[in-house]
Design a protein. Structure first.
Length: 366
């Protein structure tokens, strides 16, 4: 799921065919607009679907400066090769004064990617992927002539050593699940390996590739899945899929070294049978943090207290997503709305966010 920064356009990735951890029957990348209805209420409106993004366009990321959307095609075989794919789509937004014109996507290029690529995002002037099945990270350079896009693999690093085997299915091998740049620390990126219970820090450059600078080993069967970092790059929040926790870390801007300052459970009762954490996001003012959970299908909210040299999380809410298998979600740039997706019930739910308390109020189900 992704949203355009300067327009109220929401893009939703999907599974178009079955995968070991997802049932697929969707049509591609779905587009929605976000605007006021006759009563002044903000509402999501379906605008169309793009099948050009290819099979299993499960994760989307906007390029930081180009009008491009990058798609992780979560596949084990692309064009008879033993890998997935990465697709570049051009986003055409409604022009000023033509509010009825729907947004649309057009294909700009498709390229072989890592095996089981599950995450893609900007890493400085590169785009990086985490390849769950392949057990590696890949960085690509991007060039765009206005008509077609070229992606060139610049560097690849494999997570060796196998999985922690603390969880039979999810930790049988190295399984990178997310790679994120550290703001303000030029060239430093953080990568969660769900299969190894390790969060890696790297220095990444076009010339030198991936150079490991630090690693944080978590408790067995933690399953670090997704990371979100504060805008100043000083703190990272790690959502652990398997033990249903959030790990709060201080970040060293020179090396990317992570120091744990808090570990907090998503639920007071601790583990819930069959429940796993999915996505973690911050509000733009960084006063509140939210995590989605599957099987229990909640959005769990935390207050963030800024201390003199640290931060502290305090759990304050859990709200049902009114569907099955809550996965990705996104927060509107205004910080006033949150949209969550339910993968197995094929629904989106729109919440309004109270700016002071962070409380969620259900507004619409699509």
């Amino acid at each position: 799921m992704s949203r355009a920064e300067d327009a109220d356009v929401l893009l939703v990735g999907t599974y178009t065919e079955d995968f070991p951890w997802g049932a697929g029957h969707a049509g591609g990348v779905y587009l929605f607009t976000f605007s006021a209805d006759a009563n002044g209420k903000r509402r999501l409106k379906y605008s169309g679907v793009s099948a050009e993004a290819g099979k299993n366009p499960s994760y989307l990321s906007l390029h930081p400066s180009l009008p491009l959307v990058f798609v992780a095609n979560e596949l084990n075989a692309f064009e008879q090769r033993g890998n997935g794919a990465v697709t570049a789509m051009r986003l055409h937004r409604p022009k000023s004064g033509l509010s009825d014109a729907p947004p649309r996507l057009s294909l700009a290029g498709q390229f072989p990617g890592g095996k089981g690529v599950c995450h893609i995002g900007p890493l400085g002037d590169l785009m990086g992927t985490a390849n769950y099945v392949g057990g590696d990270l890949v960085a690509y350079s991007v060039s765009d002539d206005g008509e077609s896009v070229t992606m060139e693999e610049r560097a690849r690093v494999e997570h060796s050593g196998g999985g922690s085997n603390a969880h039979a299915f999810r930790q049988d091998a190295a399984h990178p699940h997310c790679v994120t740049e550290l703001p303000g620390a030029k060239g430093i990126v953080i990568a969660c390996d769900l299969g190894q219970d390790i969060v890696y820090s790297y220095r990444l450059s076009r010339e030198q590739g991936w150079t490991e600078t630090s690693r944080l080993s978590l408790l067995p069967a933690s399953g670090p899945r997704h990371t979100i970092v504060t805008a100043d790059g000083k703190f990272a929040f790690i959502a652990c899929e398997l033990d249903l926790t959030v790990i709060v870390c201080e970040c060293n801007s020179d090396t990317g070294e992570l120091t744990v300052v808090q570990r907090i459970e998503l639920f007071e009762e601790g583990l819930i049978d069959g429940c796993t954490a999915a996505t973690i996001k911050l509000t733009p003012d960084e006063r509140h943090l939210y995590v989605s959970t599957r099987a229990s299908d909640f959005i769990v909210g935390f207050h963030i207290s800024r201390l003199e040299n640290s931060v502290r999380l305090e759990r304050f809410c859990q709200h049902s997503t009114r569907g099955s298998t809550a996965r990705d979600f996104d927060i509107h740039p205004s910080g006033r709305f949150l949209v969550a997706s339910n993968g197995d019930s094929d629904t989106l739910i729109l919440f309004s966010i109270d700016a002071e308390t962070g409380a969620l109020s259900e507004e619409q189900i699509v």
